[in-house]
Write a protein that binds this ligand. Structure first.
Ligand code: GLY
Length: 374
């Protein structure tokens, strides 16, 4: 269970971590201009190991857009733009289920800074493309693994379809996003608030067959990053359409997290893995902290709101210092250590992972609130 400790002095810790993050991102861009890293190998972003799937390109520029917003420094905006424009062609990419990750972190943030409608149209197009993954039989969007596969990860992307629907008034889009979210809630979220990574369907009948996993410990276990995607996704869905079922699910999953996470707030890779096999997975905690800070403001339950806010800040206080913050490890190129991409494939284990970096920066930005005008 999470241990809520005094947060005195935490703002300074968060600010120092955010300053460190800026230095690491700048150094990455200078060392290897135009490269979109995914996970480190012994602390180095450039290596020849596999990607598994092509889903992370928005996260580096996404951090740059957050820095641009916070600092008002035109150099950050220029750098962010340089990494964002090469991603536009992905707005019609039908090979991945991750278009929310790619476009909400980049074009959406760019649009928020400038108000340019052409940028918003790109986000809307990406939402329309993602919706094409919808299967009428079964009422879900399929993962990149195949048409029979539903991933919890998609819940963290479906916000781009809700967004596109609200922008355009397209009822077909809202229907897809609602059905996918409610299916995910029904088949991947368990009664105790834990989540399954994957669901498998019969394509002929649309019948849900079983829970499964790619990155978790077992089919019936709770992969920590999957739970983080659930908390993040249902919170975002609730923020956009205010369906109380999404709030209830976000809270149920959050309560599972708070009850099962170790006192420090850093999750194991899977909440059910045997203790001898347990390894920290910092990115799940960073994603959850970002989501809890948002959920704290949305829930009408005041006591829960305070709990989620304090818990998120506690998680961040742990992550914002060594051994999780890489500031104590000379030569380490990432920001946050001890993430895990894919233990079962041996990819990025005990490393920095680009989504961990991005959601850590997003959470720090939320925890610090608007930057003082310079
Ligand atoms: N497949 C996305 C993730 O590793 O969370």
């Amino acid at each position: 269970m999470i241990e809520l400790t005094s947060l005195e002095g935490s703002r300074e810790v968060y600010q120092a971590a955010l300053d460190f993050a800026q230095r690491q991102v700048r150094a990455t861009a200078e060392r290897d201009p135009g490269f979109y890293p995914m996970y480190t190998e012994q602390g180095r972003w450039r290596h020849g190991k596999a990607a598994w799937t092509h889903w992370c390109d928005g996260f580096l520029p996404g951090m740059m857009w957050i820095f641009a917003k916070r600092t008002g420094d035109p150099e950050w905006a220029e750098l962010a733009e340089g990494y964002t424009t090469p991603l536009e062609h992905r707005k019609i990419d039908r090979n991945v289920h991750d278009l929310g990750f790619i476009f909400l972190s980049t074009y959406h943030r760019w649009h928020a800074l400038t108000g340019r409608t052409d940028l918003d149209q790109i986000v809307v197009q990406a939402g329309r493309t993602l919706a094409l993954r919808f299967k009428e039989k079964g009422e879900y969007m399929s993962s990149f693994m195949g048409p029979e596969s539903l991933f919890i990860d998609i819940m963290a992307n479906v916000g781009i379809i809700f967004y596109a629907a609200l922008k355009t008034g397209d009822e077909g889009l809202i229907d897809v996003a609602m059905k996918h979210s409610l299916t995910t809630r029904r088949v991947l979220i368990r009664g105790d608030g834990s989540s399954s990574h994957e669901g498998i369907y019969d394509l002929d009948t649309g019948e849900f067959l079983r829970q499964s996993t790619q990155q978790g410990w077992r089919s019936d276990s709770c992969w920590a990053r999957g739970l983080a995607w659930a908390i993040y996704g249902f919170t975002s869905a609730y923020k956009l359409v205010r369906d109380p079922r999404f709030l209830q699910t976000a809270e149920l999953c959050s309560d599972y997290f708070l009850e099962h996470v170790p006192p420090s707030g850093v999750t194991p890779m899977d909440f059910d893995s045997p203790s001898a096999e347990r390894r920290d997975e910092s990115s799940a905690s960073a994603i959850t902290a970002a989501a809890l800070l948002r959920l704290a403001k949305l829930t009408p339950d005041r006591a829960k709101g305070i709990l989620y806010d304090q818990a998120a800040r506690r998680v961040l206080l742990t992550l914002a210092q060594p051994p999780y913050l890489a500031s104590g490890t000379p030569g380490w190129e990432g920001i946050l250590k001890e993430g895990i991409y894919h233990l079962n494939l041996g990819l990025g284990v005990g490393e920095s992972v680009m989504w961990g970096e991005y959601f850590f920066v997003e959470a720090l930005d939320r925890a610090l609130g608007p930057a003082a005008p310079s």
